[in-house]
Design a binder for this molecule. Structure first.
Ligand code: AMP
Ligand code: MG
Length: 522
């Protein structure tokens, strides 16, 4: 198909070795970073939702998005000129163990688009059919998980959290069979394809795979490619470039997880194949949002036993993943000191982010000392002990008046009267301490409110909100998806009439599948 305005420059497949075999036969792919494979066409591609913001950034107007061709291309039934589909080869540590070759089992990249602003955006379909990396699975994705990926990608972007983006959600008109909790209850569900978009989809596992096979030449080629394409500012660093690049990856990963902790996001499957080399949130699967503050909570039932990927351990897991990456990169270094320096950079940047977020979330001019960090730690302990809603509690604190300390501003955040009663004395004591701290702060009340308002979202993609939209969509009604998409465009602004989306988790959602329990089945 012809489409004059689109410019593709598919550097990954031009510059890096590809698999000699094409097509989806499942196989071990050695000495190659990608395999050419076409999306498998679907019965009835229908555009269900798209991101106008992202489309505009790509230089695409409504004429293109609403054309019949668009749904066909982004459902996997056609290509625009310049697209050359491929699946990427990578490995990964899953739940702490090396899992060998994984690769894009159901993601197929279409090309690298050069946008009018000069940026490069890889377009990738998720759920587009089998690839050499499908390992016996069907290469498809269900509507529910596609809606979750579509909405959350864009919500994260608007929250200011680094993330892959989502351009479109296309229904396939086909059903997909999934056993949601792997307990012998398979069911047919509607299928969908999301187009994700990012400057690069390289993951930690992209580098681990050639390293695990002792292929240092390919590893070096991949690192140098990544630097040249994705970190051009480091290209002139000569012999220092590998060290500087690793330090950059560590820094970005630190910033990323600090954002997750700030907004209450739990990734759910932080395997090294699911960590982006650019420090983007990638692979939205059984992720969740913290309702009542609980560092031990994980939405992922597949991880319910070990709880490796619970909310509170995300920074440590990110660090562990970076140590895996460092180990993979070791053959490129004569001396391991730069790798240690990179890991130390993670710690330093994460500590700095923690201080900055403490100041911003509590409305302080700066996080002055250990006392301020302790103030935050005590507050979080109270949220936990009192089973208080994280998002509502931080928003409530914005209305707190240090001249007249009063628990009233936090009433909405409680889930249970008993837990409220049990924590009340500690909370009153804390509010006194907070009031005192605010008296000695340099920010005036309106500056403080502004600072807190920009760090503490009103609207996040609460699990039960996504679930409501999914249940409607499964009946053919996309209005819930569109409404959520719209609310989540301005997550830090109170939007009158949209109180429903800022509310705490209703009782029906406490232990419901899709709300507090999600699995990797998607
Ligand atoms: P995830 O846990 O979603 O990151 O997936 C881990 C690996 O399984 C990746 O290599 C995926 O591409 C692959 N995978 C997950 N679901 C499917 C599916 N339905 N078909 C083929 N491959 C899949
Ligand atoms: Mg993955």
């Amino acid at each position: 198909m012809n489409s004059e305005p689109l410019r593709f420059d598919n550097r990954l497949i031009q510059d890096l070795p590809g698999d000699e075999e094409t097509g989806p036969r499942v196989r071990d792919v050695r000495g190659a970073v990608w395999s050419a494979v076409m999306p498998t066409p679907v019965a009835a591609p229908t555009l269900l939702a798209y991101s106008p913001e992202l489309a505009a950034q790509l230089g695409w107007g409504p004429d293109l998005l609403e054309s019949a061709d668009f749904a066909r291309v982004f459902g996997g039934n056609a290509l625009y000129e310049g697209m050359q589909p491929w699946a990427a080869n990578y490995g990964g540590h899953q739940f702490g163990h090396w899992a060998g070759q994984l690769g894009d089992g159901r993601a197929i990249s279409l090309g690298e688009l050069l946008a009018p602003d000069g940026l490069r955006w890889e377009l990738q379909l998720k759920g587009a059919g089998r690839t050499p990396y499908s390992r016996g699975a069907d290469g498809r994705a269900v509507l529910r998980s596609s809606i979750r990926e579509f909405l959350c990608s864009e919500a994260m972007h608007h929250l200011g959290v680094p993330t892959t983006r989502a351009l479109s959600l296309v229904g396939t008109g086909e059903s997909v069979v999934r056993d949601m909790f792997y307990d012998g209850h398979p069911a047919a569900e509607p299928g969908a394809v999301v187009c994700r978009v990012a400057p690069s989809f390289l993951r930690f596992g992209s580098f681990e795979l050639p390293a695990s096979r002792g292929d240092s030449a390919l590893l070096r080629q991949l690192v140098d490619f990544c630097i040249a394409r994705d970190f051009p500012e480091l290209a002139d660093a000569g012999a220092e470039r590998h060290a500087q690049w690793f330090a950059q990856v560590c820094e970005r990963t630190a910033v990323l997880v600090a954002h997750w902790m700030r907004v209450g996001f739990v990734h759910g499957v932080m395997n090294t194949d699911n960590l982006s080399i650019l420090g983007l949130t990638i692979d939205y699967g059984p992720y969740g949002w913290v309702d009542d503050y609980d560092p031990d909570w994980t939405p992922n039932t597949t991880d319910a036993q070990g709880r490796r990927y619970r909310f509170g351990t995300q920074p440590q897991v990110a660090y562990w993943n970076l140590t895996r990456l460092a180990q993979a990169l070791a053959p490129l270094f004569d001396d391991v000191a730069p790798l240690h320096a990179g890991l130390a950079r993670f710690q330093a940047v994460h500590a700095r982010c923690e201080r900055d977020d403490t100041a911003a979330k509590l409305g302080l001019d700066a996080c002055r000392d250990a006392d301020d960090l302790a103030l935050m730690a005590d507050w979080l302990q109270i949220l936990h002990d009192g089973e208080m809603d994280m998002t509502l509690a931080f928003r409530g604190l914005i209305d707190f008046d240090p001249q007249a300390p009063d628990v009233a501003v936090l009433e909405e955040a409680f889930y249970s009267a008993d837990r409220r009663a049990s924590v009340l004395p500690a909370l009153q004591g804390w509010l006194q301490a907070y009031a005192q701290r605010l008296q000695s702060d340099r920010l005036d009340p309106s500056q403080r409110r502004q600072r807190m308002g920009a760090a503490n979202p009103v609207y996040v993609l609460r699990n039960w909100l996504a679930q409501e939209a999914i249940e409607l969509a499964e009946q053919g009604d996309l209005s819930g998806v569109h409404a959520l998409q719209d609310v989540l465009r301005r997550p830090y602004e109170v939007q009158p009439g949209r109180e429903h989306y800022a509310g705490k988790r209703p009782e029906w959602a406490r232990d419901k599948a899709g709300c507090s329990m999600l699995s990797c089945s998607s």
